[in-house]
Design a protein around this ligand. Structure first.
Ligand SMILES: *[C@@H]1O[C@H](CO)[C@@H](O)[C@H](O)[C@H]1NC(C)=O
Length: 194
C-alpha cells in the first residue's frame, strides 16, 4: 500500500516542480538574454516579417483539384506549394533580412483558405544562429499558431510556437507577421556545452 502511494506521489511532485519552473520562467522572460539558472527556462520572444512573392519566392508545384481558384488568399484543395521567403525586421520588404523560411504547404480545406505547412526557418540574430523547424495548420487570412518541433545550432532542442498573422495580402508580394515564442528546456544548456 505504502509503495503504491509513493509511486503515485512521485509523478505528482514532478509535475508540481515542472509547474513552478514554468511560472518562474514567465516571470523572468524579460531576462531572456541572460544566462539562465538551472531552475529557469530560457526563452526568447521576437517578431519578423515574411514576404512571399508569387512565381519568385513561392510557386505552385502541383495544382489542386477542387474548390476556389488561385488568388492571393485561396488555392484549390490539394495544391502543393513550395517557398523560400525572406524574413525581415520590419514590414518593409527592403528592411534588413535576418531569416529565411523554406518550406512547403498543401491546401487542406475545401474552401481553399487553410493549409498544412512545414517549414525550416534559418535565423541569423545577433546572439542566436541556427534554425527552427515548424509544422502546423495555416489560415491564409487569420492568425494561426504553429508548434515548434525542434531546432539546430543555438536553437537545438528549442520548443514553443510561432504565430503567423497576415499584414498585407494585396499585390504580387504578400506579407505575414511571424511572432516567435521560443523556450529552451534545461537540458539544452548541457547539449550546447558538449
Ligand atoms: C505564375 O506562374 C504560373 C505558371 O507559369 C502562371 O500560370 C501564373 O499566372 C503566374 N502567376 C502570376 C501571378 O504571375
Amino acid at each position: 500500500m505504502a509503495s503504491s502511494m509513493q509511486t503515485y506521489l512521485l509523478p505528482v511532485l514532478l509535475s508540481v516542480i515542472h509547474l513552478i519552473n514554468i511560472t518562474s520562467a514567465s516571470e523572468h522572460h524579460h531576462h531572456h538574454h541572460n544566462h539562465h539558472h538551472q531552475d529557469q527556462i530560457k526563452s526568447l520572444h521576437f517578431s519578423l516579417f515574411q514576404h512571399e512573392t508569387i512565381n519568385k519566392t513561392g510557386y505552385i508545384i502541383v495544382n489542386g483539384v477542387a474548390g476556389p481558384g488561385v488568388s492571393q488568399t485561396t488555392t484549390p484543395f490539394g495544391t502543393l506549394f513550395a517557398f523560400q521567403d525572406p524574413m525581415t525586421v520590419t514590414a518593409n520588404p527592403s528592411s534588413k533580412a535576418v531569416g529565411i523560411a523554406e518550406g512547403t504547404s498543401i491546401t487542406s480545406s475545401l474552401d481553399g483558405l487553410r493549409s498544412i505547412s512545414i517549414a525550416k526557418i534559418t535565423l541569423r540574430l545577433k546572439n542566436h544562429q541556427g534554425s527552427i523547424s515548424i509544422v502546423g495548420g495555416t489560415h491564409n487570412v487569420k492568425r494561426s499558431d504553429h508548434p515548434v518541433v525542434g531546432g539546430t545550432g543555438d536553437f537545438i532542442f528549442v520548443q514553443g510556437y510561432i504565430t503567423s498573422s497576415p499584414v498585407d495580402l494585396k499585390g504580387l508580394t504578400v506579407t505575414y507577421k511571424i511572432e516567435f515564442h521560443l523556450y529552451w528546456p534545461p537540458y539544452a544548456a548541457q547539449a550546447s556545452l558538449s
